[in-house]
Write a protein of this length. Structure first.
Length: 116
């Protein structure tokens, strides 16, 4: 499984970005997909999770009401819509794929910088 993130960049506080993570696997629909982030000097933290069918989602308290995770199994892609961005959202954002058993896969990360 290969995961390739895109969509990061520099945005002003209050702005929006949409991250994408494209997977190279025919069994994408069997994986739960997550977004994590890691800010400088901090541990990697879970941002949002979406179940394999897309019907179940979970968010970190710090992003609830501002971020939305979604997936398109036909396109083998998971998205993270980020609105009302704050400077504290600045981090490298990583895509993650996992199933109940077996290895966990990570993307290479995409930088999100929120600054005026």
């Amino acid at each position: 499984v290969q995961l390739v993130e895109s969509g990061g960049g520099l945005v002003q506080p209050g702005g929006s970005l949409r991250l994408s993570c494209a997977a190279s696997t025919f069994t994408f629909s069997t994986y739960a997909m997550s977004w994590y982030r890691q800010a400088p000097g901090k541990e990697r933290e879970l941002v949002a999770v979406v179940g394999s069918a897309g019907g179940t989602t979970h968010y970190a308290d710090s992003v609830k009401g501002r971020f939305t995770i979604s997936r398109d199994n036909a396109k083998k892609t998971v998205y993270l819509q980020m609105n009302s961005l704050k400077p504290e959202d600045t981090a490298v954002y990583y895509c993650n794929a996992r199933r109940t058993t077996g290895p966990v896969y990570w993307g290479q990360g995409t930088q999100v910088t929120v600054s005026s």
